[in-house]
Write a new protein. Structure first.
Length: 260
């Protein structure tokens, strides 16, 4: 689907949903076999790995292990769940390994997560629909991600957790520097629509009316360079001296190996 079509679909949903609350989330009649695992304990984070299967989706166990450790440090109060039929090598690194779920059970588990990290797979769709913050590791043509490091993935996870979970939960207004209709912008705004304002130009900053400037932060679309955003950032910092930014002001909800 074209980015503009996705943006239009999100706008239609935002307009219609308040008047028809059940339209986009209809009730389901779950069967007994679809029950959630008894050891699952909200709030929880899902990490969907692919330790076996398609070569372009495989990533080393050691790299996943380091990423899991990083998530545990970021969200120590949340249960860390690995979702993978071949995930046994990561069992000791997670609080719970789910390796025998039916598809419907896996769907229900995904819809209840507070954050999702996954190799490009089906879980990204229910997570996006439920507006769950997520990082998607995008598969490349080279097998085993020879250039994608665990540190790069941990950085993306850190940025998304800090922006979409920490800032939003603490009542911050988030100014997102980017372009309307871009997939990343649409996805980010969908995760916390009531808290995020899109800023495309310095003039947009001049027109802002923020009720509580003590709780204000900005993020940038990752496809924009530092030079692309420098003028807007300068205006933001001049007008709102106390504005906050994540530890890194680069933010993404996808991660791809750099080109060779």
């Amino acid at each position: 689907m074209e980015p503009r079509h996705k943006a239009l679909a999100r706008v239609l949903r935002a307009v219609l949903e308040p008047f028809h609350p059940g339209l986009f989330r209809p009730p389901f009649q779950w069967q007994a076999d679809d029950s959630l695992p008894p050891d699952l304990s909200p709030p929880y984070v899902i990490v969907q790995t692919h330790l076996q299967g398609m070569p372009t989706k495989k990533w080393s166990t050691q790299a996943w292990r380091k990423v899991l450790q990083g998530i545990r440090r970021l969200l120590p109060a949340q249960q860390l769940v690995v979702l993978d039929p071949a995930g046994q090598p990561l069992q000791r690194d997670a609080d719970l390994l789910l390796d025998t779920l039916s598809f419907v059970q896996a769907l229900r588990v995904t819809e209840g997560a507070s954050f999702l990290l996954s190799v490009d797979s089906w879980t990204k769709y229910p997570a996006a629909w439920m507006r769950i913050p997520q990082v998607i590791i995008v598969p490349d043509q080279t097998p085993d991600y020879p250039q994608l490091t665990d540190e790069q993935v941990r950085l993306r996870v850190d940025q998304v957790i800090e922006s979409d979970i920490r800032f939003a939960e603490q009542g911050y207004t988030i100014l997102l520097i980017g372009h309307e209709g871009h997939d990343e912008v649409a996805g980010t705004m969908g995760e916390a629509p009531e808290a995020i304002i899109l800023v495309e130009t310095p003039e947009d900053v001049d027109r802002l009316e923020i009720a509580d400037t003590s709780k204000l932060a900005y993020l940038t679309q990752t496809t924009l360079s530092v030079d692309d955003t420098a003028e807007i950032v300068a205006v933001l910092r001049r007008r709102f001296p106390a504005i906050q930014v994540p530890r890194s002001d680069r933010r993404a909800n996808s991660c791809r190996s750099p080109a060779a």
